[in-house]
Design a protein. Structure first.
Length: 472
């Protein structure tokens, strides 16, 4: 098991030096200071039509130093961990923050040991690139054997391992190792002069044990699933209608149209449609919306966030009532609440801000088949993409990649190339049924709010009574 000394050795620092750096960071005044050390190795291999088209390996290594004074953030980083260079970064962060206004009261977080959310049986760093090529070739062979219409297969395997050490002005020292393995496949089909494609991905915080025959079979089966319907799909007439969101990947709508509006920085600055709605009803009774950092091996899992706050499960909406925003240390101090473990950053070059982890709606008690049967006219959405959201107004637009018409309680013609348009708060209020089939989608979801971070999403089958469908 890795110990504090293991991580101190990685970054060649002592606890006394950490204390000294924090002291320098606070030398011009400040309410709080923290250090974020990171050592990350990245690898990727891309196979295109049976040949390796590209691949690479690189290492990232450095420290970010932050000083908070009121709502002012001073931030600097160094890729050189010589003490003299780190002192310069601490002095720079201190100088930036000294212009901050009145102080905020930053509290300690409850010290506890978190469970190992991302155990790694085979360390990616111990693997040779040559070990992955047979896996990708077997995957391509398995996929192409399933459908004669396949004309192209592109597969990308990537992994990373991050060693992280965090220390702050309360003397809180936190360390962990974060693995990630991801596989993405795009398959192109051609039939009667028409072209369709399917993209499938899996991503988990785990080691190279991810690479298995079972994963090959799972990806290959999904790659050809529903392709007949893709070729047959129509663009239906648009208008206001009921929309059933299928379980799993349609959870991206929850992430984009609602989750961002629950992030506390948007609310603290009055930019979110939910800024003044804490404690009010935003959904029907029985609806629970969660942001969860505690799902083992999940892409969005956080044993600790990037401020050293232990990972946790946060109910943003409880039985239809807005009960929590997603907080980093700054917003938690501003609101006078405990941080929720949502302070995340892309890497040591960035300061942490409130970000989601795994965002989903909990299961309800309705049978999915019964939900569909209750709709006389509407659409069933399997997969969404290309969402656009206005945080302040809550308005959203999403492109429907695949789905079906619902006519008289039955799924009929497959559909594609349409948009669904609505308003986040109104869509939440218009939920009339929640299925008992929550599914977390384990694709390579990445959120791009100022910085890129790994997330995941999920949803049970739900029925929204009315959304605008942009079709013919």
């Amino acid at each position: 098991m890795n110990t504090y000394s293991h991580y101190l050795d990685i970054f060649k620092v002592t606890e006394q030096q950490l204390q000294s750096l924090v002291g320098t960071a606070l030398s011009r005044g400040g309410d709080f200071a923290d250090l974020y050390f990171e050592h990350t190795t990245f690898f990727n291999l891309i196979l295109r039509d049976g040949n390796v088209s590209s691949g690479g390996f690189h290492t990232d290594y450095g420290v970010g130093i932050r000083v908070l004074k009121g709502e002012k953030t001073g931030y600097a980083y160094s890729e050189n961990l010589e003490m003299s260079e780190m002192i310069k970064a601490a002095e720079a962060a201190s100088a930036i923050a000294q212009a901050g206004g009145s102080s905020l009261s930053y509290g300690r977080v409850s010290a506890r040991t978190t469970p190992d959310l991302y155990p790694m049986q085979q360390n990616w760093r111990d693997m040779q690139a040559s070990a992955f090529l047979p896996f990708l070739l077997d995957l391509e062979k398995k996929i192409t054997s399933k459908d004669s219409r396949i004309i192209k297969v592109m597969a990308r395997l990537s992994d990373s391992v991050s060693d992280v050490l965090m220390y702050n002005s309360f003397g809180e020292l936190t360390c962990e190792t974060r693995p990630m393995g991801s596989l993405s496949v795009t398959v192109v089909f051609q039939q009667d002069g028409k072209t369709e494609n399917r993209s499938i991905s899996r991503s988990f915080r785990m080691g190279a044990e991810l690479i298995s025959p079972a994963l090959i079979e799972e990806i290959a089966t999904e790659a050809v699933k529903g392709i007949d319907e893709r070729f047959e799909a129509i663009r239906p007439k648009g208008g206001q209608m009921s929309v059933v969101m299928g379980a799993g990947p349609s959870g991206v709508l929850l992430h984009e149209a609602m989750g961002h509006a629950f992030e506390a920085d948007f609310n603290r600055k009055g930019q979110s449609i939910f800024s003044e709605k804490m404690g009010t009803r935003v959904c029907p009774k029985g609806v629970n919306v969660v942001d969860d950092g505690t799902l083992t091996n999940n892409r969005g899992a956080c044993g600790y966030d990037d401020e050293g706050v232990p990972g946790q499960k946060t109910y943003m909406v409880t039985d239809g009532i807005l009960t929590s925003y997603l907080h980093d240390r700054i917003s938690a101090a501003w609101y006078g609440v405990a941080p929720t473990g949502n302070g995340r950053r892309e890497n040591f070059r960035y300061n942490p801000i409130p970000r989601m982890r795994a965002t989903y709606m909990e299961s309800g008690n309705a049978e999915p088949e019964g939900i569909i049967a209750s709709v006389s006219k509407g659409i069933y959405v399997e997969e969404l993409s290309n969402g656009q959201v206005k945080i302040g107004e809550g308005d959203f637009t999403f492109f429907v990649k695949s789905g079906y018409l619902i006519e008289n309680g039955r799924l009929t013609a497959p559909i594609k190339d349409i948009n669904i348009i609505g308003n986040g708060p109104q869509a939440l209020a218009d939920i009339v049924a929640v299925g008992n089939d929550l599914k977390i989608d384990n694709g390579t979801w990445t959120c791009g709010k100022e910085q890129s971070v790994a997330v995941s999403c999920g949803m049970p089958t739900i029925l929204v009574s009315s959304l605008t469908v942009g079709g013919e």
